[in-house]
Structure formats: structure tokens, C-alpha cells
Design a protein around this ligand. Structure first.
Ligand SMILES: Cc1ncc(COP(=O)(O)O)c(C=O)c1O
Length: 419
């Protein structure tokens, strides 16, 4: 985790709360640290699902080569931000007919086929339009890759086709070649990997799998999408991945492969790694209570905005995100407190027995590493509180609002008048 600057603290004191505050300089540093060391033919895409904020996507536009999208909503959001459909890769196990149609209408860069049934569906749509669809086959690898906190390989999965059955799927997709242009393969190994060796292992195994397949069933290979999954440190004792070193070692594996399969391109599509470090979730302490020997700081934010901080978005064992008290750096004694939100559920915990300079009512607390899987990965409608602010601290340290709160009661209810 980078050093916290005085400037960052000052900015976080100025935003309305509850608020996600994004530091642009941290984002730029994180993206550039990875991309400058990627070899020729390796493209850095951003997985929109990690944080789909429009203002943020606009800032990412000049920094990355494209986006991974998972719905027509994300497709539309990326288009509004200025991403060309040709720079989009669409993956997801339940794409609707409408979404597939849209993908073809916009001539998306590439569509990941998650099943043979989807291959037939896309071929049929492409035939009706009279133009070929550019596709890769998403593969569920036969083995899992240790080192990813959540593994999405080597086990029964709704994502992609099992590697064991891949040759017959490839043959069938090639038979649909009049309407499907099979570019290559897509493998997403899992998420939150902090071990460089594990990422390299996934890379090497994917290249070996593709090579075996191409030797058995030759076709012009043009694309391998290696997915995302690069991790960031959330908890004490965790070491960050060295993005530059990783990019260099992945490039070393990639270069000989690319020489052999001239023209083959690669996509890396991280989400969390690119955007988590820039984000702070800033809340205000509204009340302090003592119960059975423990202190509870109740705040104006909670899991309806940031469920991941409660451990409810993929953590097996709940651990605290890094947290600071913005109003008391060293001036007060350190105490252990529970930081909770206003929801009527015991799940609404932002930090458990966390050590902070003694919080007081009115203090601002910030959860760090909060830029990924935040507001849009949380149960925002639960208890009908407004959604949070989102602000960007830009290159001149100006605070720009990116999204204002919306009251959940405004969302789609049909009134008695039928409005
Ligand atoms: C297909 C695909 N690509 C990329 C990502 C981004 O993953 P991460 O944020 O771990 O990098 C995901 C996350 O679920 C995904 O499903």
C-alpha cells in the first residue's frame, strides 16, 4: 500500500460523507506501472465490473487499450465514456439474446463463448445479420491455480467450457466458421492473487494448453485472453504484487509463443488491481456506544455501500480493510473499536476490533484500498438509505463530484397512479 500523504488526508476531509473518493494520481501510477512493461502484442484491458463509474472510465480511456464488459449496461457505460466497441471484450455466462444482438450490432472486438449452445446462438444471429462474429472460447481449465483467493478454475463452473471437452467444442465451433471467426481462447483463473509465481503458472499452463490444442486442431490463432485476478494487499502482512516485475516475467513467457504464432495477441483484463488502491471510502462517526466491554463507532456509511469491507464479497475469513481516523493522526491514544453502519443487521460491520486513534462523534474515518467492488457490488437498496457520493481528486487536486446520492425509493416503483 502506498504512503498516505497529507494532501490525500486533507482532500478526504473536504468531501461530503458517506463518499467514495478516488485519487487520480494513484490510479495513473497503478495502471502505468503494469502497462509500460507489457511486451508487444499484449493489451491491457480494464474489467468494468470492478468499478463502472462513468467519470472514472473517462479517465481510464487514455490509459488502457480496452475494456472487459459483462452486460449491455457495461457496454453502454463504456461507450458513453468513449471506448470504441472494437476495444471491448464481452464475457459472461448468461448473456441474453438482446445482449448478444447488441454485441453484434456494435461489432464488438470479441465475444467470449461460454458454451456450445451460445456458439450456435451467436452463429445464428450472425447469419441473420449477414456478417461474421469475432469470438473466443472461454475455457474452464482442468486444474486450479493455487494462489488465487477465489479460484475459478479446475472445478465445476458455469463459466466457459471444461478443458476436458475442449477439442470437440473447438471442432464444432470451427464447423460454424461461415459465421463465427474463432480467434482463440479466454481463461480467467480467479481473483485476488498476490503471488507472482501463481500468475506466471497460470500464464504458462494456458499457453501450453493452447499449444497442445492448436497442434491437434490447427486454425489461425489470433488471441489469448488471460483474464484478470491480480491482487492487492488489504490486510497487514500481505505484500503487494510487483506489477512491473510481473509484467516483465509474463512478457518473457509470451515473447517466444508470439514468435511461433506470429500475429497472436494477448489481453490482460484486471479490474481490482487497477482501481482498488486509488479508492477511499470516507464516513463520519455519528454515535459511539459501549457494550459488554467493547466500543462501537456507528457511522453514516455501511455495507449497503461497501459490502466487501464486511468480508461479504468473497472473503472466506473476515479481516479488516486498512482504516484510518482522518481527524486524529497521533494526537489521541490508540483504542480497539468496532466500526459499524446504520443498518439493522449484525452483518453491517466495516471493521472489527480495529486499532484507531480514539474516535469521537464527528470524526471522519477512511477505509483504504476501496476503489474496486465497492458501491456497485453492495446491497444498496437494503434499508432504503441514499447511495453514496463518488468524488475524484484530479491531477490538480481539485475535487470533482462523479456521482451524487440517489434515494432508493426513486428506483422504478410504480405508483398508484401508474407513473
Ligand atoms: C471475465 C472476467 N475478467 C476480469 C475480471 C476482473 O477480475 P479482477 O478484478 O480479479 O481482476 C473478472 C471478475 O470477475 C471476470 O469475471
Amino acid at each position: 500500500m502506498g504512503e498516505i500523504t497529507h494532501q490525500q488526508r486533507e482532500l478526504a476531509r473536504q468531501v461530503p460523507t458517506p463518499c467514495f473518493l478516488y485519487h487520480l494520481d494513484v490510479l495513473v501510477q497503478q495502471v502505468n506501472g503494469l502497462r509500460h512493461h507489457l511486451a508487444e502484442g499484449m493489451h491491457l484491458y480494464y474489467a468494468v465490473k470492478a468499478n463502472p463509474n462513468l467519470g472514472l472510465l473517462k479517465r481510464l480511456l487514455p490509459l488502457v487499450d480496452g475494456v472487459d464488459i459483462a452486460s449491455s449496461g457495461e457496454m453502454e457505460q463504456a461507450r458513453r465514456a468513449g471506448f470504441a466497441p472494437a476495444a471491448m471484450s464481452f464475457a459472461g455466462p448468461g448473456k441474453s439474446l438482446h445482449e448478444l444482438q447488441q454485441a453484434l450490432d456494435h461489432q464488438l472486438g470479441v465475444l467470449s463463448l461460454d458454451s456450445l449452445a451460445e456458439a450456435h446462438q451467436v452463429a445464428e444471429l450472425a447469419r441473420a445479420r449477414g456478417s461474421k462474429a469475432r469470438v473466443v472460447i472461454r475455457v474452464n481449465p482442468a486444474r486450479e491455480f493455487a494462489g488465487y483467493a477465489i479460484r475459478m478454475a479446475g472445478r465445476p463452473s458455469p463459466f466457459g467450457v471444461d478443458e476436458e471437452g475442449l477439442p470437440s467444442v473447438v471442432q464444432e465451433v470451427l464447423q460454424l466458421g461461415e459465421w463465427l471467426d474463432l480467434l482463440g481462447f479466454h481463461v480467467y483463473p480467479g481473483t485476488q492473487c498476490l503471488k507472482g509465481e501463481a500468475v506466471e503458472e497460470h500464464f504458462a499452463a494456458t499457453l501450453a494448453m493452447v499449444e497442445t490444442l492448436i497442434q491437434a486442431i490447427p486454425f489461425p490463432l489470433r488471441l489469448i485472453n488471460f483474464g484478470g485476478g491480480l491482487g492487492i494487499p488489504y490486510h497487514s502482512g500481505q505484500q503487494p504484487l510487483d506489477g512491473e516485475q510481473l509484467a516483465t516475467s509474463l512478457s518473457r513467457l509470451w515473447q517466444p509463443f508470439r514468435q511461433k504464432y506470429a500475429g497472436c495477441q494477448a489481453i490482460l483484463e484486471p479490474g481490482r488491481y487497477l482501481v482498488a488502491p486509488m479508492g477511499w471510502y470516507v464516513v463520519t462517526v455519528t454515535a459511539i456506544k459501549y457494550s459488554k466491554g467493547e466500543t462501537f463507532c456507528i457511522t453514516d456509511g455501511g455495507i449497503h455501500h461497501f459490502m466487501a469491507a464486511s468480508g461479504g464479497f468473497g472473503q472466506l475469513i473476515r479481516k479488516n480493510y486498512p482504516m484510518i481516523n482522518l481527524d486524529a493522526e497521533n494526537s489521541r491514544p490508540l483504542v480497539k473499536v468496532n466500526v459499524v453502519g446504520p443498518l439493522c443487521t449484525t452483518l453491517d460491520v466495516l471493521a472489527q476490533q480495529v486499532e484507531l486513534p480514539q474516535p469521537q462523534v464527528g470524526d471522519r474515518l477512511a477505509i483504504l484500498q476501496a476503489g474496486a467492488y465497492g458501491f456497485t457490488a453492495s446491497p444498496s437498496l437494503f434499508l432504503s438509505h441514499p447511495t453514496p457520493w463518488e468524488y475524484l481528486a484530479d491531477e490538480n487536486n481539485r475535487l470533482l463530484p462523479l456521482r451524487r446520492p440517489v434515494h432508493p425509493l426513486q428506483w422504478g416503483e410504480v405508483t398508484e397512479d401508474g407513473d
